[in-house]
Ligand binder design. Structure first.
Ligand code: AMP
Ligand code: MN
Ligand code: MN
Ligand code: MN
Length: 272
């Protein structure tokens, strides 16, 4: 059994349509898949009739912040049609649109023309994000690849890094719980927090109703895994795992390609 509980489709910043993603998951022996697009559940309205034997767990990846750190929270096993998720998606989509306008203004000042229209055309559904702006920067010949586009235009501290006030963490967790889902802190190692700060974040997360953390996110070192296992056990959280797959060609984030959860932790799917 391979549970991959973190993946993206073209309805956020993934490269594949839901049917293509599911076919690839099948090929890669994934048995249970969660599609967790950024701040949208549009993919769940465009699923193939035939799931080809893959068990789907409905999910979403919400953007929010804790203190001054931007963080991502997964809602797993949610009801995507629930009023709570619909309200959450509406709020975040609106916040994204406002941010997109600001990013476009800033990029225009840096000589990138037509940024809003260009990014919007690359986006499908309600998500318009920095990867779409990055692709537009590439398309107009101002960057060679994604790496360069983020490094020079959209990454930390660059013109397109517009600080967005997403919905508060408490609100995000409430939406997930109201949709009968489980709130899971995504890729805890990505925030570059010290172990002490990470535990402080998780303590706040738990107090607000958060229940799990990703112990394994894509390919990571055994040291990182044992560190996350330790935090997970110490704080009594449920453990999740996933690739954070965005598209083919990234070995470190390929569907189903990560070490299994060790037996010391309680897998989040025991609660599905
Ligand atoms: P947004 O949701 O608009 O803030 O965009 C964030 C997304 O951009 C992340 O989920 C990643 O998929 C992608 N991303 C962030 N940093 C980079 C980078 N340096 N290179 C490529 N993609 C990135
Ligand atoms: Mn992404
Ligand atoms: Mn993320
Ligand atoms: Mn993700």
């Amino acid at each position: 059994m391979i549970f991959d509980l973190h993946s993206h489709t073209s309805f956020s910043d993934g490269a594949l349509q839901p049917s293509e993603l599911m076919a690839r998951a099948m090929e890669r022996q994934v048995t249970t898949l969660a599609i967790t697009d950024h701040d949208t559940v549009d993919a769940y309205r465009h699923l193939p009739q035939d799931h080809g034997g893959i068990e789907l767990v409905a999910g979403i990846e919400f953007s929010t912040q804790w203190q001054s750190t931007g963080i991502h929270v997964l809602g797993l096993n949610i009801d995507p049609g629930s009023a709570a998720i619909q309200a959450g998606v509406r709020f975040q989509t609106n916040a994204r649109m406002q941010r997109a306008r600001k990013i476009a203004e800033k990029l225009e000042k840096r000589g990138i023309e037509n940024a809003l229209a260009g990014a919007a055309e690359l986006a499908s559904g309600s998500y318009i994000g920095r990867p779409h702006f990055a692709q537009h920067v590439i398309n107009v010949g101002k960057a060679r690849d994604m790496h360069a586009a983020f490094k020079n235009y959209l990454g930390d501290g660059k013109a397109g890094d517009v600080r967005q006030h997403w919905a508060e963490l408490a609100q995000i967790i409430e939406w997930i719980r109201d949709a009968n889902g489980i709130a899971v802190l995504a890729h805890p190692l990505k925030y570059k927090l010290t172990r002490t700060r990470l535990k402080r974040l998780l303590a706040d997360f738990i107090e607000l109703g958060g229940e799990g953390m990703e112990v394994v996110s894509g390919q990571q070192t055994p040291q990182h895994t044992s560190g996350m296992v330790q935090v997970c056990v110490e704080l009594g959280l449920l453990a999740s795992c996933g690739s954070d797959f965005h598209g083919p060609g990234k070995r470190w984030a390929e569907l189903g390609s990560f070490t299994p959860l060790p037996p010391r932790v309680t897998p989040v799917w025991e609660r599905f």
